[in-house]
Unconditional design. Structure first.
Length: 398
């Protein structure tokens, strides 16, 4: 059953254009599809790097776009920590609490009778008016589970204590939110179970995977030569930092012992000191932010996704496979995506085995071609916008 056209207020934590990071890619493709049927009013936080051109681009698909500046810093983060400790609430939620956004949403709700309020990511749930007729939470991941895993790979320290506290606070908060919203979207069955485990109402949670438009990613043939490995992701996100450092220390040396000219290229915004320190050592190149990642996808032999803490789905895997780039990942890195190991991607959690998988790809262009072909087909079948069009069309059938 296709829902009638609705008046929708979409609340986003990041401006979904340009689609140059996982969360933005996810939100952009869903927004683009929803806007074909519904009238979308977008209220989004913006950062200093967001341009007016980006806002104008979103106005082409939205009925209206409204923005609120989001600035973070040491003092504001410390203040948020104080509120978190006093209230027993998650620091990640307190960090994004802004009275300006609350006022904007209140003003918009007084001017327009919205049929649906759609909060994109858990951070934005606090801004969805409790009296709204139909409230939908788009959970990009089960955040409490991600932070628990993050704590699990952190050495004993005050930081680990804070992460242990944070995941417990998030679990309570996430469960409460998932029981109070009329509909909750989980990107995978694993996340759905985690949200129910946190206390969410199972009847209200449905799975809608992250989708891409494979037409935007023309498949290329794998090059017969070239030993470049690509890691793509925002480098200020600690699980990505951990993944790159772990791979550079425990996997890459074994690969280079077999294929000496192997190079790991790290592409992503704001690499911290731990990542910058790797640049130029042991075959690692740190590039930083690139508005256009296509040249890096085109010149790489494989994408590596060696995450040890994650939840949800990795958009970078979908874009790599859609582009015809083989993927080598840990099981947590590939989690949430229905891939057949060995056929659609190479998956292992042991450093030695992961290194052998990489060497296998670098030495065998035919194997790279096979994986590229199979991965592309998998994305077309399960994660293309056309494959889940019916579920998107019925999203607001409350």
């Amino acid at each position: 059953m296709v829902a009638p056209a609705r008046e929708v207020l979409l609340l986003t934590q990041v401006l979904p254009w340009p689609p140059d990071s996982g969360p933005k890619i996810k939100t952009w493709y869903l927004l683009r599809e929803l806007a074909k049927r519904h009238r979308i009013t977008l209220a989004s936080f913006v950062r200093d790097e967001d341009s007016e051109d980006s806002v104008d681009r979103l106005r082409r698909v939205c009925a209206a776009v409204h923005t609120v500046p989001m600035r973070r810093g040491g003092l504001s983060d410390l203040t948020a920590l104080g509120r978190s400790l006093l209230r027993g609430s998650p620091w990640m939620i307190e960090r994004d609490r802004r009275v300006e956004m609350r006022r904007l949403v209140s003003r918009l709700a007084s001017q327009t009778r919205f049929d649906v309020v759609h909060a994109d990511q858990l951070n934005m749930a606090q801004y969805a008016p409790e009296g709204a007729a139909n409230r939908c939470l788009d959970a990009h991941n089960a955040l409490w589970r991600l932070v628990r895993r993050w704590a699990g790979i952190t050495s004993p320290s005050p930081r680990r204590w804070m992460l242990e506290r944070e995941w417990r606070c998030l679990r309570r908060y996430e469960g409460s939110v998932c029981s109070s919203f009329d509909r909750v979207l989980a990107v995978s069955e694993e996340d759905r179970r985690a949200l129910v485990d946190a206390g969410g109402d199972a009847a209200r949670i449905r799975v809608l995977p992250i989708v891409v438009d494979t037409a935007d990613f023309p498949q290329r043939r794998q090059r017969a030569a070239g030993n470049r490995l690509l890691h793509l992701g925002t480098m200020y996100w600690p699980p990505n930092v951990d993944a790159v450092v772990w791979f550079a220390r425990h996997v890459l040396p074994a690969v280079r012992a077999e294929v000496p000219d192997t190079e790991l290229v790290v592409v992503g915004a704001r690499p911290p000191r731990a990542i910058r320190a790797l640049d130029g050592r042991g075959g690692v190149r740190v590039i930083g932010y690139q508005a256009d990642v296509e040249p890096w996808l085109a010149s790489s032999a494989a994408m590596v996704v060696p995450l040890r803490a994650a939840a949800g789905m990795r958009v970078k895997i979908l874009t790599a496979l859609a582009s015809g780039l083989p993927v080598v990942a840990t099981s947590i890195g590939a989690e949430g995506i229905d891939l057949v190991p060995g056929r659609d991607a190479l998956i292992s959690d042991e450093p030695e085995e992961l290194a052998r998988r990489v060497v296998e790809l670098l030495r065998d262009p035919g194997r790279r071609e096979e994986l590229a072909r199979n991965g592309r087909r998998r994305v077309e079948a399960l994660y293309d916008v056309r494959a889940v069009a019916e579920r998107i069309d019925s999203l607001y059938s409350f």
